[in-house]
Write a protein that binds this ligand. Structure first.
Ligand SMILES: [Fe+2]
Ligand SMILES: [Fe+2]
Length: 192
């Protein structure tokens, strides 16, 4: 049986409320018994249990390409992806989810423009192919956004996995290639 994120969140709230009510009742009926304390511990553990199901990707040193402002852009992209995962998994507020998706899309566009400008400035020979990769990704993301506008929350299931996979691969392969080219040129100071 497929349980969607809204159902999971509602179940989480109901279970937490039931435990809270049990704590109050246990304290009122038998304050010396260990039961209410066990329930308090269970209540404290609930957010941790909920959080452990949310996938968060940590930045790793191997994702650095060595150009400070581009690395900062990539870190922010990963952070926005993580924010989006939280918004999607909690699925409590459409506004939060939509905002997280829009932030992710607009930062991705902004970053692609900055990167393309850098490659243009240094006449990178792989610019056209690299731009095409960016373009294909943006088309894919925009398609997801329009599906989301039509079908809502459940249509976003694949987005985080796809974007994370794409981003990490793209950084480690295509972005690393233009970085190598810039290093071969002897360029070592870059303005954002
Ligand atoms: Fe990049
Ligand atoms: Fe790129």
């Amino acid at each position: 049986m497929i349980v969607n994120n809204r159902t999971k969140s509602v179940s989480f709230i109901i279970i937490s409320t039931l435990i809270l009510l049990s704590v109050i009742l246990s304290f009122l009926t038998n304050p010396v018994s260990p039961t209410p304390w066990v329930l308090v511990i269970a209540l404290c553990l609930m957010p941790l249990i909920r959080q452990s199901h949310i996938k968060q990707i940590k930045w790793s040193k191997e994702y650095n390409i060595g150009i400070e402002y581009i690395d900062q852009d990539h870190k922010k992209l990963l952070h926005l992806l993580n924010q989006f995962s939280i918004a999607y998994d909690y699925a409590q507020c459409e506004e939060f989810e939509r905002e997280a998706l829009e932030d992710l899309v607009s930062w991705t566009k902004y970053h692609f423009k900055r990167e393309e400008k850098l490659m243009e400035d240094y006449r990178y020979p792989g610019l056209v192919a690299h731009k095409e990769e960016h373009q294909a990704m943006m088309e894919q993301v925009e398609e997801y956004v329009s599906i989301y506008n039509r079908e809502g929350h459940d249509s976003l299931k694949q987005v985080t996995n796809l974007l994370t996979f794409w981003l990490i691969n793209h950084i480690q392969e295509s972005d690393t290639k233009y970085r190598n080219y810039l290093l071969e040129l002897g360029a070592d100071e870059f303005d954002s």
